[in-house]
Design a protein around this ligand. Structure first.
Ligand SMILES: [Zn+2]
Length: 470
């Protein structure tokens, strides 16, 4: 069995030529992909058909290319806030529109025909939410078919009876590969079609192809590939499509350090899907064994966004050794769409079995609550000019202001309070924001402003945001 992945190496190295440049982050919506679909309508290679519309009237399109006998059906973003693969599909359209790799493309398009249904849930995408207009999870509607987006997906599925199906999703970036200290960048699943998790010839093809794709991806992201839970879900599309005869592969884009917009994971989607087309065209996956799939570790949850290890907590003279785990949740400003983050203390205690995307050993450091500066109220416009070094070095993580301000977050590298009194009883409590100071030899060396670690020195760079307490 050939083990070289030269084609994939070429694709990996040349990806920039195909990346759809108008899609740069996760929060694009239907109006951003419409002009791209319009362009495809003018292409002689692609066929574009409107197959219906969402509850709020956004059109869904089936885009196809190829003349081959084997049919491959790919659908993305039935969960509105899971866009990574949608962006990758537009990269793939660019790949097929480009003049490079022409022999390869000619070959596979003579063997397979590809059908794409991007952004199944445009109404959810508009709000960057999982569910559709009715707050129904389309992926629990495969049997009952009450949402019109699910009806469209099922109708397209029935019209194609494809050989292979790709069910394209995103999962929480904080998934790990088993209990390893590696993030699950890509998680696969050959969905079960019954509670017994039997393997028939349809599911076996998914299993073999995933095994092959896992070997391929391991060249690029060794150890970062996991398996999604294989429990049977009778209401989900993947499980039913597998049951109804299409070899179905679930792809979940998870997490990669320093890739909050998942642009590297998007590239991996591009890579693995084109590699899959090759495998399906040539049948190379048939040489694989189920063993490779069986050995892929399952998704697990051993990652935090931030982990501070081995801190000392001094409580009335008793010293505790404590690890602190912090996660962030994103909020989007309604006015200018800026993304802000809110920190939450997620866990405390012995967290030695976990790890963090940001991971620090603070042995020898003491953790104390950040203080609220109440001596005087600071004008907001002055915050831009004052040097916060003084405040940090004295242990302040919150300033008070008398000005009124909209919103819940500030770009300033400090939290701001409009409260008359500030009780900070929720220091180091689960769910509380990560506002505290770290001392070494009784000197404050670091502050955490809403979970953003700042060294107490004059030349700082602040990439986070503070919280406004009202
Ligand atoms: Zn999903």
């Amino acid at each position: 069995m050939p083990q070289n992945f030269n084609l994939e190496q070429d694709l990996y190295n040349n990806y920039e030529n195909f990346r759809e440049k108008t899609l740069t982050h996760r929060r694009f919506n239907h109006s951003d992909i419409l002009p791209l679909i319009e362009q495809l309508k003018n292409s002689k290679d692609f066929t574009v058909n409107k197959v219906g519309s969402s509850v709020e009237g956004r059109d869904l399109f089936l885009i196809s290319i190829g003349q081959g006998e084997k049919k491959v059906f790919l659908w993305s973003q039935m969960h509105g806030d899971e866009p990574t693969a949608t962006a990758a599909l537009f990269d793939i359209f660019n790949f097929f529109s480009d003049s490079s790799f022409s022999d390869f493309k000619k070959h596979i398009l003579s063997k397979v025909t590809l059908y794409f249904l991007p952004m199944v849930n445009p109404d959810g995408a508009e709000k960057f939410e999982r569910r559709n207009f009715f707050d129904i999870d389309i992926n629990r509607d495969a049997e009952r078919l009450q949402t019109q987006e699910a009806v469209i997906l099922k109708e397209v599925f029935d019209s194609l009876k494809a050989d292979f199906g790709f069910n394209l999703h995103d999962q929480d970036p904080r998934h790990s590969v088993g209990n390893s200290f590696k993030s699950a960048a890509i998680s696969f699943l050959a969905p079960a079609f019954n509670y017994e998790k039997d393997v028939d010839t349809v599911r076996e093809k998914s299993i073999l192809l995933i095994g092959r794709l896992t070997k391929m991806l391991n060249q690029f992201i060794p150890g970062h590939i996991a398996k999604y839970s294989d429990d049977y879900e009778p209401r989900a599309f993947g499980d039913n499509f597998q049951k109804w005869g299409t070899s179905t592969i679930l792809v979940e884009s998870g997490g990669w350090n320093n890739d909050p917009e998942k642009q590297f994971l998007r590239k991996l989607n591009f890579l693995l899907l084109i590699s899959a087309f090759k495998e399906i065209a040539d049948g190379g996956y048939k040489n694989e064994t189920a063993d490779t799939y069986d050995k892929i570790p399952f998704n697990d949850k051993y990652i935090f966004d931030l982990l501070l290890r081995n801190l000392t907590l001094n409580h009335n003279g008793n010293k505790l050794r404590i690890d602190v785990a912090v996660n962030f949740i994103e909020f989007v400003s309604k006015t200018d769409k800026t993304i802000y983050k809110r920190s939450f203390i997620q866990d405390l205690g012995d967290l030695s079995v976990f790890y963090g995307f940001q991971d620090f050993d603070f042995s020898g450091y003491e953790i104390q609550r950040g203080k609220v500066f109440t001596e005087k109220k600071i004008n907001l416009e002055d915050i831009q000019t004052i040097d916060l070094y003084d405040y940090y070095s004295k242990g302040f993580t919150v300033l008070t202001s008398g000005d009124s301000i909209d919103g819940r977050f500030t770009d300033f590298p400090i939290n701001i309070s409009f409260r008359e009194s500030n009780d900070s009883t929720n220091f180091l409590r689960i769910g509380a924001p990560a506002d505290f100071v770290l001392l070494k030899n009784c000197k404050i060396e670091y502050v955490l402003i809403n979970g953003f670690l700042q060294k107490v020195q004059n030349d700082r760079e602040f990439l986070g945001n503070g919280i406004i307490y009202k």
